[in-house]
Design a protein around this ligand. Sequence first.
Ligand code: 26W
Length: 819
Amino acid sequence: KTPGASIRTGTGADDLRQAFLDNLVCALGRLPSHATSHDHYLALALTVRDHVMERGVKSFERGDTQQIRRVAYLSAEFLPGPHLGNHLLNLGLTGTADKALDGLGIDLDQVLAQEQEPGLGNGGLGRLASCYLDSLATVGVQSVGYGIRYEFGIFDQTIRDGWQVEVTDKWLHGGNPWEVYRPGAVQEVKFGGHTEVVTDAAGRSRVHWVPAIVVRGEAYDTPISGFDSDTCALMRLWKSEAVESFDFEAFNHGDYDRAVEQKVASENLSKVLYPNDELHRGKELRLKQQYFFTSCALQDMLRIQSLRGSPPDSFHRNWAVQLNDTHPAIAVAELMRLLVDVHALEWDAAWSVTRATLSYTNHTLLPEALERWPVDMLGGLLPRHLEIIYEINAHFLDEVRAAFPGDDERLARLSLIDESGLRYVRMANLACVGSQTVNGVAELHSELLRQTVLVDFAALWPDKFTNVTNGVTPRRFVALANPGLGKLLTKTAGKSWPGDLDKLRKIEPHTDDPRFRSEWREVKLSNKRQLAALIAERTGIEVAPESLFDVQVKRIHEYKRQHLNLLHVLTLYLRLKRDPKADIPARTFIFGGKAAPGYFLAKRIIRLATAASDLINNDRDVAGRIKVVFFPDFNVRNAQSIYPAADLSEQVSLAGMEASGTGNMKMSLNGALTIGTLDGANVEIREAVGAENFFLFGLNAGEVVALKRGGYRPRDRYDSDPLLREVIDFIGSGALGGDVDLFQPLVANLLDHDPYLLLADYRGYLNAQQRVSELWMDPEAWTRASILNTARMGRFSSDRSIRDYCQRVWNVNIKKQKK
Ligand code: 26W
């Protein structure tokens, strides 16, 4: 037994209470009589952290002997959500904590509400990274998630006069009890300057990089617990600091400004998360961020393996490194630099190690999201890396020439350097060349990757490509977010489902049991009541819990087509105005999501939703029939309140555009039925839950390509469809938002371009929505479909994804360490 462990990590309610009080007084210096709810939160967090840390320490010790190859998940973004409730759940301490605090007259829920979530990501990609750390810990794989400790994460969204207004996120202001600073893990990262060829002691020529600037990377560790597991994952985030607080030479010469400049510039590296989702802009600071955390991570891995007494040329035996999109793709050149320049490996040996270490996951096909850096920018910032990239490219293009003699166009397409105009380094190409395995995030997406963006790489190296369909953690998104459902599932399927989601199948035989169905409906209704209360609190809008909750929550983007959803909302509204007796079941349309601050049309889409909300909610003619809500500040915490209350999950992206989606999984798992296109993981969800339990509509990916190729004319659709004409005219009429010009840009975009084919899919969507309404009016049939959705979603646990990665990508054996 670890000395002292029993005092701080006892698992009875009395132990927990004592530890809590000790932390309140001894760690925080607060008298219980004067403590605020936030003090209670900090004290409980420190208490729970002790438990997590103890497991973490033991699991790292064990890992040294049991699992040689560790997983390093490199990601510019993580979105863990509030930690405290999740740890309590994972450790099986929720009830105990409740009891311990209750004895002091403190309400656990109020304490949990105090936590500020780390919004260190934009959306799907960052949340996926956090689901994966959760699952790595749960299935028992030793792993580190490396990223950036942004001081300011994704902005908080407020809605003022119907518009999105961004407010700075200050997640660190109340203090962060979860992280531990690691002075021993500091790294130095160089920028700029030039390279020289020097002769080393052994008489060999080596390249020496003389930088213009050196920045310090400081490691902050956050332990990530697993469910019912002795293994802990580690999220190690890097904060940038100046190497010297001041440039003393400048300071001594009285040049205060210049002295401070360098310090400020260094600290700016980890200052703020870029809020762009799927839009690459060649901002130098972003490249600096990417290199900064990637370099810190690789140096840290080399340090750790040398501590284990393992030489640099066996790096790949110690580490499987996953690149979460191209954001850390500079790792290809950085690992080569570290192995060749710093650790004196020969080029070919280093290249074998690099390629055996790295793998690359692509998360988007959108051309505007593909990262390319101007050669001059990259060369100015990372002169040695540009040389290395050129050398990799030279070797690589030789290989291509040998495989496809005389095919210069192919050569130009595959090259790491885009030379069609201004010269760019193509990060996806670099990632492909430097990786052992390349994967997409859903079957359709992986297929389209091979057929489009990476088609030439797939022709060259077909075996490099694989698929790993995304998954989500059922701990946070079912057990924690939806305790009512959790209880019912446990009662029916046994208690092991959160760690073994295929067990949900066991509820299927109960689908036709009237009592089970009514319990199922009761759970959903109670979740909807809670969400209704939250909606009233946040927006002032009263919604009826008995109405159909029709939910679309995700980043706002044209390709996700929130405005297609709004076309349906407004079509219904106009129909109800025309025909007040129309047999349409009561619906509440719920929207949520942030728009990138510079994304003009996305902000107009939000404005359209809020305008529809104002108009419809205040029109007595449709009172009790439809309501529209824009739920502000969609983040992990709010998501946990929204998913469990969804009846209908809107997954209406244009086919071929959404790589996977993960909100689609979260809602179906919580018993929502999906209305969606054959896009991303929708395809697999539909196969899993059964076509009859899924509302399909729209063009498929092949038809989209064909339609665009044939010369798509949106205005023809408008001219030939009176309903469509009516709703588009209505949007342009000034009836919404009280200003005729307000939605002109949206209307013009749809009529003249419609790049995401809303008008082509409009009719199919209306018809599918009609089927939704019909099924909703048959509550027994709806409940049946809802139960089957949950029962058949086991495949979409992120535990399954992680097992797939272990097998297909990392070559890591899972030895589940049961408690
Ligand atoms: C450089 C700008 C930028 C920033 C972020 C480009 C691209 C991104 C991400 C790759 C965007 C993203 O989050 N993609 C989403 O990844 C999820 C997890 O795999 C998928 O489920 C979503 O379909 C995909 O849009």
